[in-house]
Design a protein around this ligand. Sequence first.
Ligand SMILES: [Zn+2]
Length: 68
Amino acid sequence: MAFLFFTCPATHRQAPTGIETNVQSLQAAWKATLKVNCPHCGEMHEISVRETYINGALQDATDRLRNI
Ligand SMILES: [Zn+2]
């Protein structure tokens, strides 16, 4: 499992969504949106799963997903 990250649209800083996922569940949720409490600006952001990313080992797998 790995943590999903997103980029805050207000501060353009990376932040963890607090959601842990793997490639299988990411693929299943690929068209969904997440509501995330942003640690940088304090706002609630609606983030498309497509716009999230995973640091580390699953990066290659998500890159492949994006190319589908
Ligand atoms: Zn934010």
